[in-house]
Design a protein around this ligand. Structure first.
Ligand SMILES: Cc1cc2nc3c(=O)[nH]c(=O)nc-3n(C[C@H](O)[C@H](O)[C@H](O)COP(=O)(O)OP(=O)(O)OC[C@H]3O[C@@H](n4cnc5c(N)ncnc54)[C@H](O)[C@@H]3O)c2cc1C
Length: 416
């Protein structure tokens, strides 16, 4: 069924009896050419592009829970292409370009909203760093504008500008950045992949791999054994657990990241703002809630909930930047499990096991990467060579000294 305004009106006038399920509920077949583990944004996007761009057939996505139950439905919805390093910038620019045409392509309203992202600066040194980043962004085909204090004030008059400790000295504005309705992305890709014949199998947890003579033959699941020509793991925060089933130790630690939503307010915050003197990022959803977050909890965990010290830290940063929100009530918060890599950059690579591929290490920036990560994983699965924008995301980069450390923090996953 094609979704359109006309269709919505027709269904409204006929009692909404014509809507069908967005994707089929299928039982697993005996074997597939490709099995993708993880029905998050990345796994579903990979299945879609594999079928559409690379002519892949007999593809299954196996998901242990329900679509949208992982990080794809838990994130703070920010998409952007404001990276500095050559290993990252072309990849994220590719991703943002895919976001720009995504809704038309998928025939799905994912609420892609390029409302602009403003990274605030509070010191002269931060302004220098913002100028350098902005120049790199422009050279890599993205957009950037350096604003002074008055430029920021025009957009966000209610910020705390004259705080003696954290004065706002300007900001780097990336107008094409913005937000996308997170779980709609999973649903949109699932529906489009299903239309191309991809089997999406929910409530199907992978519990082991069948590997013989260095080659993967299939996966053991809670719904039985599924044979596969090629298997890709795309399970975000569960990466180290799933890859351990194949006998691999990946350079990833799992940490909790929390997100928060306030009660609904009148339109207040036009775009996405990030505080430069603390870790705080905030936007306003179309329903009016302020959507915000901060740092990871900073200890290893597989729990989808967070702890109070980080709640306090995030709220302190928020109130320090926007004192008026001190009176706003918090509606809800939740946690997601982040696959933090040692240099803060991801992996899209083959493994030493023939037919086994890995996509992970997205830390807390993998939502914006969803279209490109899916495309590049599909490219790797189909052609066995990395896509030109993802050549830096190798598993052996620490051994060869080619870390992609965007933040310059060293091997400290809790700092990336
Ligand atoms: C609070 C929070 C805020 C964030 N904010 C942003 C942001 O603003 N911008 C941004 O770019 N990124 C953000 N992120 C990060 C982003 O959400 C993730 O990097 C990205 O969603 C990960 O890819 P995914 O969508 O495929 O993951 P997921 O949706 O987590 O998909 C992985 C799937 O694998 C499944 N799985 C796990 N183990 C198995 C198994 N054994 N068998 C079968 N299935 C399995 C899981 O159930 C899950 O559905 C945030 C994350 C969180 C938690």
């Amino acid at each position: 069924m094609h979704y359109s305004g006309f269709r919505v009106i027709k269904e409204a006038l006929t009692g909404h009896k014509g809507w069908g399920p967005a994707w089929r509920d299928v039982a697993p077949q005996k074997d597939y050419d490709y099995v993708i583990i993880g029905g998050g944004g990345h796994g579903l996007a990979a299945a879609y592009y594999l079928a559409r761009e690379f002519g892949g057939k007999r593809i299954a996505v196996v998901e242990k829970g329900w679509l949208g139950g992982g990080n794809v439905g838990r994130n703070t919805t920010i998409v952007r292409s404001n990276y500095l390093l050559d290993g990252n910038a072309p990849f994220y620019e590719f991703s943002l370009k895919l976001w720009e045409g995504l809704e038309k392509e998928l025939n799905y309203n994912a609420m892609v909203s390029q409302r602009g992202i403003l990274n605030l600066v509070h010191t002269d040194a931060q302004r220098d760093a913002a100028r350098r980043r902005g120049n790199a962004m422009i050279l890599n085909g993205s957009d950037a504008e350096l604003l002074d204090t008055e430029g920021v004030r025009k957009l966000y008059p209610f910020l705390n500008y004259d705080n003696a400790r954290f004065p706002i000295k300007g900001g780097l504005l990336h107008r094409r950045g913005g937000t996308v309705r997170h779980d709609a992305v999973a649903w949109g890709y699932a529906r489009a992949a299903d239309r191309l014949g991809v089997d999406i199998i929910q409530n199907c947890e992978v519990t082991g791999f069948k590997i013989e003579a260095g080659k993967v033959l299939g996966v053991e699941t809670t719904r039985g054994y599924i044979g596969a020509g090629k298997v890709a793991s795309s399970v975000a925060g569960s990466s180290s657990r799933v890859m351990a089933m194949a006998g691999m130790r990946v350079p990833i630690e799992s940490h909790v990241l929390q997100a928060f939503v306030s009660e609904a307010l009148k339109p207040t915050i036009p775009g996405v703002i990030t505080y430069g003197a603390g870790h705080f990022y905030c936007s306003q959803s179309d329903k009016g809630g302020l959507v915000f977050g901060g740092d990871i909890d900073g200890y290893n965990s597989y729990a989808s909930r967070g702890n109070l010290p980080v709640v306090e830290d995030v709220i302190e940063s928020g109130v320090s930047l926007i004192p008026a929100i001190g009176r706003v009530r918090l509606l809800r918060s939740w946690g997601g499990i982040m696959d933090m890599s040692m240099d803060g950059s991801p992996f899209i690579d083959k493994t030493h096991i023939e037919g086994l591929y890995f996509n992970g290490g997205w830390c807390y920036g993998g939502f914006k990467a969803t279209p490109a990560a899916g495309w590049c994983l599909a490219h790797l699965l189909a052609k066995d060579t990395p896509h030109e924008t993802a050549t830096a995301y190798r598993l052996d980069r620490f051994r060869t000294g080619h870390a992609v450390d965007e933040k310059g923090q060293g091997a400290q996953p809790n700092l990336h």
